[in-house]
Write a protein that binds this ligand. Sequence first.
Ligand SMILES: *Cc1c(COP(=O)(O)O)cnc(C)c1O
Length: 398
Amino acid sequence: MIPIIKPDLDDRELNAIRRVLGSGWVAQGPEVKAFEDDFARHLGASHACAVSSCTTALFLALKAAGVGEGNEVITVSHSFIATANSIRHSGATPVFVDIDPATFNMNPDLIERVITPRTKAILCVHQIGMPCDLGRITEIGRKHGIPVIEDAACAAGSEILWNGSWEKIGKPHGDAACFSFHPRKLLTTGEGGMITTRHAEWDARFRLWRQHAMSVPDTVRHGAKQVIFESYVELGYNFRMTDIQAAVGRAQLGKLLRIVEERRRRVGRYRELLQGIAGLGLAMEPSWARSNWQSFAVRLPEGCAQRDVMQSMLDDGVSTRRGVMASHREPAYAREPWSCGEDRSSCGCSAGTCRLLRESEIAQDHTIVLPLYHQMTDEEQDKVVESLQRAVTSTNKR
Ligand SMILES: *Cc1c(COP(=O)(O)O)cnc(C)c1O
């Protein structure tokens, strides 16, 4: 079976884990600090704070931006559900805007018309690793005094052309960027996340909140020559990463450049091989963006049923996934009057569909994600293309 992605875990990660277990300090400690420093240096970020997942990272970033009860956050429905969930957990309402079908990312033309006095942040997503139009989005944010949070869950290793030079996504270009280290992404620590920010005060609050808002961390108390009593200065959380995970993350980070380079080469090869399939749509990479190709999605030719194509390929031993979900169609969202791009009581859309989010719905229904991993062989890639060709030919109803 050809999988959708393969994590790259070997002796380097095993040795890192052994080193941490042998040290006697396994919870958040010196390895987490070292991983944060390595990660910040890699991105050119001034601050990086490790947390338990990208979902908790997003929640803390929104909290630092001042998002709370009764506020609105502009985002996309076309994303993994954690994006919108983080907004709801903060007490605010997600306001969904549609995507640009060429890039699968937030369409900046649609942002200003949904800004209200309650808008407290824009949460944009670098979907499946493709940088979104940060130049225009941050300009809109600045103009209206609204912070921009980047959901960079999939975007470790992606780059954007910024004032004439290529910079890593997550430097950050908005106010904060949130990364995921789930195994479906390019780097993994099993579970884990990281927040980078340009604001020293935000970083200080992330560090406090992730650790129960404890005034003096256990690492400091452990090494102190004098007795210290800590206090709890706010309502905090346990969103910590462990030193075991961080040690794995450091080993993974050392592989990132090679992983991205190889994925880009494989995508170039896909583009050539897939030219032969009539009507297939391939993702467009804007001239100012370089994707890490966390996923490689193709738009199926008209008349092809997504499920049939995927089943046919599965029968050939090739895993695929359907296009990125549309949060507004999930039961947890569809029943809310605000899940449509406007108030459902007046717009006439029925639950689970929204005429303002058509491109998001089409992307979910008519794209599939093909296997892509840096360890992939030419033979495996040829097999994927042959299988897709066969599936498209045999399932096309036209
Ligand atoms: C994976 C993903 C998340 C969630 O990341 P976790 O680390 O699993 O919490 C959030 N947003 C997007 C766009 C993702 O792809």
